[in-house]
Design a protein around this ligand. Structure first.
Ligand code: WT7
Length: 648
């Protein structure tokens, strides 16, 4: 980016002095990103400092902190030895059933060392992949840290995913070790994780990937199927290692893989986003500070699941890199009562609370009395992530949860970015908030909104969000598929990173994020690919063609609605509909459950054979804005519309 472009911010004149000061700081940071990130990286411990801050010789495969060596756990755990942090609570854990446990930094350190040793004895070492399929219990961060300590690579799979989805991820990552649990409570009922894990291991074996060790954490004490020689209880394994066990954190190169995390995109197969050992650590460390102004006495609570990137960054690595205290909650947010979160904020004295618009909408829908009866005097900052926040919900969050005195940090980012990219930064700046806007890019980040031709859009005009310069939290690539990485993120507006979101900037330069511009849905904040769901439907013998569209939903934001064309010989029925819904659940997980399955004679396509899901959605909603003339067969559209109208 040219300095000229950076200087050219006419709206600067309108800002208050604090805001101006921030923009000045930001300008300096992006004018020389190497200098800026070099300074940030020096705040952490390294075995060896880097020879080069950024190697950009092979774009878009940027390499950060080349020649440097470090280990995430050196900074998240060992660093706190001999300081007051070692006796501090790292996690306040609360089970859905009310069980409680707090884990100090010392205990975390000791357990991680013991578990690292155990994994090492299984042959896990640098660059081995370990799949983790655990509910929200302390052993989840312990497992992640233990893997990372060995220089191995974790792939955490959300505990709500199905056996098939877990198997796909085990196979893609070629993991020989799987860490799971017996069962965990969800709305008071046990979810049988071990059974699902066993099914996944069996499916993976058919693709030639043999899981050799399954470590099972006992959470509920339910009976579980067991395979001698392969399965081992976590507690039995750990009892073999004393609490003075020490494993040296394996030196990792700045551009080694830290972890992989699968996410949905515009094609069928979920992709393994690879984050780097040096860059992710540096970026997460800086952003966690900027977002939350984190201080020693804070109690931070990210109410999300570690199975998603929000949890990786804002429950595990971010807090631990700052020696902060984090809340880890296992269960449903409204169980047994809709004020569970507010009760917990008071119980633990939470000072910073971070969640998603989906959770905010759901909690709001129960009625203000549930939140109003809790004073929550300790709260000082609120955060939101995952979807655009509707101004109405923003005001509710501000008035009822924050009692009008907590800034709302709306963080725009994605699995691929490691941490927030566009968001307020109370840790370094005071910026006037606007409900529904994520405000400005963070230091070191240059974002823009482009039109179809790649030209910046004028204020008020919607376009595509891009990131114009590399940043340390960017992915190393897609696990096993470098070409796809280039294609998905860097082919539309090269050399920029294309987020896949619509955005608009206002007259004052504020960014407003407007949702996905591609075939990706956000269902209750979860990222799902329409094509992934269509592929699942095609696995059913009755289905000839399938279509999935995201329809608006007042709580979940979006819900998937499926339409199928049946093969000759099959007739629509309620039973078949339920079977098809089940196919999607079995292949992906309950989060992908279609709202309904419509039976149609034909899937509407364009003359060139493309399915225009967005246009079809607008037609179903009677708010046709796009150009429908390219759709080849109007009768197909009418049939779809009729099926939908009948469903409603
Ligand atoms: C997509 C990424 C990053 C953690 C959770 C989601 C949407 C995310 C916001 C926000 C508007 C947002 C985007 C993005 N998104 N945060 N503050 N305002 N939209 O990670 O599952 O990788 O999803 O979430 O559409 O592309 P993810």
């Amino acid at each position: 980016m040219s300095t000229n472009e950076i200087e050219n911010l006419p709206y600067m004149e309108k800002y208050n002095p604090y805001q101006k000061a921030y923009l000045d700081f930001w300008k300096e940071s992006v004018a020389d990103i190497r200098k800026f990130w070099d300074q940030e990286a020096r705040k952490l411990l390294w075995y060896r400092t880097w020879d080069k801050v950024l190697d950009d010789s092979n774009p878009p495969f940027y390499r950060w902190f080349v020649g440097g060596e470090t280990n995430m756990t050196l900074n998240a755990l060992d660093r706190w030895k001999g300081t007051y942090v070692f006796n501090k609570v790292a996690y306040y854990w609360e089970g859905e059933d009310g069980s409680r446990r707090s884990v100090s930094y010392r205990e975390l350190y000791e357990e991680v060392n013991r578990f690292s040793k155990a994994l090492q004895d299984f042959g896990v070492g640098p660059n081995s992949t370990v799949t983790i399929y655990l509910p929200m219990i302390p052993e989840l961060p312990i497992a992640m840290l233990s893997v990372v300590r060995l220089g191995a690579i974790h792939s955490v799979v959300f505990s709500g995913f199905s056996a098939q989805a877990l198997a796909d991820r085990i196979v893609d990552a070629k993991s020989k070790v799987l860490i799971t649990a017996d069962a965990y409570p969800r709305r008071g009922k046990p979810v049988e994780t071990k059974k699902t894990a066993d099914d996944a291991v069996a499916i993976a074996a058919k693709s030639g990937v043999n899981v050799e060790h399954v470590v099972v954490v006992r959470r509920l004490g339910t009976d579980v199927p067991w395979k001698e020689g392969r399965d081992v209880w976590y507690h039995e394994l750990m009892s073999k290692y004393s609490d003075t066990t020490y494993v040296r954190p394996e030196p990792r190169k700045g551009d080694d893989v830290l972890y992989i995390l699968y996410t949905s995109g515009t094609t069928g197969k979920p992709k393994g986003i690879m984050h780097s050992a040096g860059g992710n650590m540096v970026y997460v460390h800086s952003v966690f500070k900027w977002n939350w102004d984190i201080r020693p006495e804070d109690v931070h609570w990210t109410m999300a699941d570690i199975g998603w990137v929000t949890g990786h960054t804002y429950i595990v690595y971010g807090p631990l890199l700052h020696g902060a205290t984090e809340v880890l909650y296992e269960g449903a947010i409204d169980y047994p009562k809709p004020d569970r979160p507010w009760e917990m904020v008071e119980r633990y004295g939470v000072t910073i609370f971070y969640t998603s618009p989906t959770a905010e909408r759901a909690l709001r829908a129960y009625g203000d009395e549930w939140v109003d009866k809790h004073e929550m005097p300790t709260l000082r900052i609120l955060g939101t992530v995952g979807e655009p926040i509707n101004p109405d919900v923003w005001h509710w969050y501000n008035e009822h949860v924050g009692k009008g005195r907590c800034p709302i940090v709306d963080t725009w980012w994605m699995t691929e970015t490691s941490a927030a990219m566009i968001s307020p930064a109370p840790g370094i700046a005071t910026v006037t908030l606007k409900p529904g806007s994520a405000t400005f890019p963070l230091p070191g980040i240059v974002a823009d909104v482009l039109d179809e031709d790649g030209k910046p859009t004028p204020p008020g005009v919607k376009g595509y969000l891009v990131i114009k310069q590399p940043w340390p939290g960017m992915p190393l690539g897609i696990w096993g598929d470098p070409e796809r990485f280039v294609k998905v993120y860097f082919s539309r507006f090269p050399p920029y990173f294309q987020a896949g979101d619509y955005a608009v900037r206002d007259e004052e330069g504020y960014f407003w994020l407007l949702g996905r511009a591609d075939e990706v849905l956000k269902v209750a904040g979860h990222r799902l690919g329409t094509i992934e769901m269509e592929d699942a439907l095609l696995k059913h013998p009755a289905v000839a063609e399938s279509l999935v569209i995201g329809m608006p939903d007042p709580t979940k934001g979006e819900v998937p609605v499926a339409a199928v064309v049946l093969k000759p010989g099959y007739k629509p029925s309620e039973e078949l509909k339920l079977e098809l819904i089940k196919v999607v659940r079995d292949n992906i997980g309950a989060i992908a459950t279609p709202e309904t399955v419509l039976f149609v004679p034909k899937v509407p396509k364009t003359r060139s054979g493309k399915i225009m899901r967005r246009l079809l959605r607008d037609i179903l909603l009677n708010r046709q804005l796009g150009d429908a003339t390219t759709l080849e067969d109007p009768s197909a559209v009418e049939a779809l519309k009729a099926a939908w109208d009948e469903f409603k």
